[in-house]
Write a protein that binds this ligand. Structure first.
Ligand SMILES: [Zn+2]
Length: 472
């Protein structure tokens, strides 16, 4: 059992969580004390650090994380919520005593309900009423109160919030209607909550940073070079297969409509970056937390049966072994967890290869050739994520060359993170069989026998997939 513990600890190190090193706003500190002592969270475990503060964050995979998840599962069952993608967002909102979240960074209080107009809705308000709304500065009810004197209020609000013109609504029933049909119905694509769901990592089930500060702290949302080009860092970090340029271009079309493009098979689990997405709101995407539903797995299997490559080569070994075993949502979550762990193993093996100065060997697994094309889509429909046709344009320029450099840099930077884990092989997979195979691989690389080395690498991933199968 000891071995498993070491393993989890290393995983935690990997996730790079250093919450207690962050500066907590005084209001946030007060909030954590209020929440942990509230009877609604009775039985949900937490510890205190040496500074006496609540250890607010645990990783989902750690022992405490598993315990917390069990507690949330129990609450779902008690409240008649089916355990599936998005269930933790529902239960976290239901149990929250005040429905008000305090931002860890700035201390601002924001509602956890779907009451804030999103970017698209703010634009619509500007168009219809000529007013500018600062995001998350006021909720939909406050905005309507301020516009009360406006003659065409009902008509305009109906247009903005996509309410049928046939609905019989008066000034006195407008807010009730919005509450019942939009706020309580999670008006996805129109309104957003003040914090994103994040169970069971955070004690209250929400990201510590409110929507007010999320853009500053969330690395993935930083307006980095990559994002400016509409690219998704995770694609490179996870060495994902697929026409990433075409997928990136399609993804930025979703972004323009303030809708997240959801990979049916998450990249961080080893799936391809394909130009095929489900349109979802950012909140939904965040609630999913890289876990697949049974339906997601079925969609992937259907696409695969139709001849599409859905999974990256490195993760195909485990996918092929386990995909047939999924028969319900619970299995799909289990498969997600197994594949996530396997993705870590893959990157560890890559980091060992890189460390031996064999990055040239690894470069063959990065798909730089896609950099030299661009795409235009015709008749894109943000509601379904579909388009009528597309045009491929060749782009042989210097920008594209630089893009390849950036792509390589991000991919190899990720491997660097893995080097920091001490004694990688013993602590993580703990399999002499895998170790023996890796020891065969390194001399092959040294002798520049790249084809044989590739076969050995395949063997290594097959062995890891076998271990996963035996643990299923
Ligand atoms: Zn804030």
């Amino acid at each position: 059992m000891k071995r498993v513990k070491v393993n989890k600890e290393k995983m935690k190190e990997l996730e790079g969580l250093a919450d207690n090193k962050r500066v907590w706003n005084a209001q946030f500190l007060e909030y954590t004390e209020f929440i942990v002592s509230h009877p609604n969270y009775k039985g949900l475990v937490f510890e205190r650090g040496t500074d006496k503060r609540v250890k607010w964050v645990v990783t989902g995979k750690s022992e405490k994380g598993v315990e917390r998840r069990k507690w949330w599962d129990m609450q779902c069952m008690k409240n008649g919520i089916t355990i599936q993608a998005g269930c933790y967002a529902k239960i976290a909102l239901k149990l929250h005593p005040t429905k008000k979240h305090i931002c860890q960074i700035c201390g601002k209080e924001l509602s956890l309900e779907y009451v804030y107009p999103n970017r698209r809705t703010i634009l619509e308000f500007k168009k219809e009423f000529g007013i500018s709304i600062v995001p998350f500065s006021k909720d939909i009810f406050q905005i309507i109160d301020e516009l009360e004197k406006n003659e065409d209020l009902i008509e305009k609000v109906k247009r903005i919030l996509k309410i049928s013109s046939k609905e019989d609504i008066s000034k006195s029933t407008l807010k009730d209607y919005i509450r019942k049909n939009l706020v309580d119905g999670y008006a996805k694509g129109l309104l957003s909550p003040g914090a994103m769901s994040n169970s069971p990592d955070r004690f209250d089930g929400y990201h510590s940073d409110g929507a007010c500060c999320r853009h500053e702290s969330d690395k993935g949302r930083h307006k980095s070079n990559l994002q400016r080009y509409g690219q998704d860092r995770r694609v490179y970090e996870n060495w994902a297969d697929g026409d990433w340029k075409m997928a990136d271009r399609l993804m930025s079309l979703f972004r323009k409509h303030d809708i997240s493009a959801d990979h049916i098979g998450p990249i961080s689990l080893g799936f391809c970056h394909r130009p095929k997405f489900h349109p979802v709101t950012k909140a939904e995407n965040s609630a999913k937390n890289n876990r697949m539903s049974f339906n997601d797995v079925r969609v992937l299997l259907t696409d695969e049966a139709n001849g599409e490559a859905v999974v990256s080569w490195h993760s195909k070994f485990i996918w092929d072994k386990l995909k047939g075993k999924v028969t319900n949502d619970k299995d799909a979550v289990k498969l997600s967890d197994f594949m996530r762990k396997n993705m870590h193993y893959i990157l560890i093996v890559f980091s060992m290869i890189e460390e031996r100065g064999e990055s040239k060997f690894l470069e063959q697994f990065l798909n730089s050739e896609y950099s030299f094309f661009d795409y235009k889509f015709d008749h894109f429909d943000p509601l379904t994520g579909t388009y009528k046709s597309f045009k491929q344009i060749k782009r042989p320029g210097k920008n594209q060359q630089n893009n390849v450099k950036r792509y390589y840099r991000v991919a190899f930077e990720k491997l660097n993170e893995y080097k920091k884990i001490e004694n990688r092989r013993n602590n993580i997979w703990n399999s002499p069989e895998v170790d023996i195979e890796i020891d065969k691989l390194f001399p092959l690389l040294k002798e520049k026998k790249h084809i044989e080395a590739k076969m050995s690498l395949f063997k290594c991933f097959t062995l890891l997939a076998n271990i996963a199968e035996s643990q299923w």
